[in-house]
Design a protein around this ligand. Structure first.
Ligand code: ZN
Ligand code: ZN
Length: 182
């Protein structure tokens, strides 16, 4: 499924919940984009700094791996959360994380509609962690995903077929790291 474009949602939220203060005309004050595969620990972030490309050196990034398969309301809730951070930073010009301004605006947005709820923490299921290793059997070439390296483990199937279920060094698994997609 292609990723849904975030900018139109940004603009409609800006009109609906931020009095249009997060754009000048049709130009957003913050760049908004999907992450590549790497943002896995958090559903979204807002940041501003000299390293950030975009208007006002600020951007909102939503996690493609965490959000792409969730309902659109999860995307809306995350985007709206990060927009509140952007609004506090660029419009109110206050240093705050999830303080009084954040909570007030969040409560107002949650009261104004019932399509989605903005929360302090992003509460989404994180995808199962990927296996770190392929265990490869030298005898049958089976490749089994392993979370951690188990020294001395042998291919069960081959031990059963060839050695009556007894551990045998000719079925000793060797490990190859699973290369994560960037
Ligand atoms: Zn936050
Ligand atoms: Zn085997």
């Amino acid at each position: 499924m292609p990723l849904i474009p975030l900018l139109p949602i940004f603009h409609s939220f800006n009109r609906e919940f931020f009095l249009g203060q997060l754009a000048v005309g049709s130009t957003a004050l913050i760049s908004v984009r999907w992450s590549d595969g790497r943002l896995r620990k958090t559903a979204g972030l807002y940041r501003r700094g000299p390293m950030v490309e975009g208007p006002n050196a600020s951007e909102i990034v939503l996690s493609r791996p965490l959000l792409e398969n969730l309902p659109v309301t999860a995307i809306e809730s995350t985007l709206c959360h990060e927009m509140i951070h952007g609004w506090i930073d660029l419009v109110l010009r206050v240093e705050e994380v999830h303080g009084i301004n954040f909570r007030r605006r969040m409560a107002a947005i949650n009261a104004a509609q019932n399509r989605f709820q903005v929360t302090i923490r992003h509460q989404f299921p994180t995808p199962k962690s990927l296996p770190k290793w392929w265990a490869v059997c030298p005898s049958c070439s089976a490749r089994l995903p392993y979370k951690r390296l188990v020294r001395g483990a042998a291919c069960r199937k081959c031990c059963e077929i060839h050695y009556g279920g007894h551990w045998h060094p000719s079925c000793l698994l060797s490990y190859e790291p699973v290369l994560e997609e960037a």
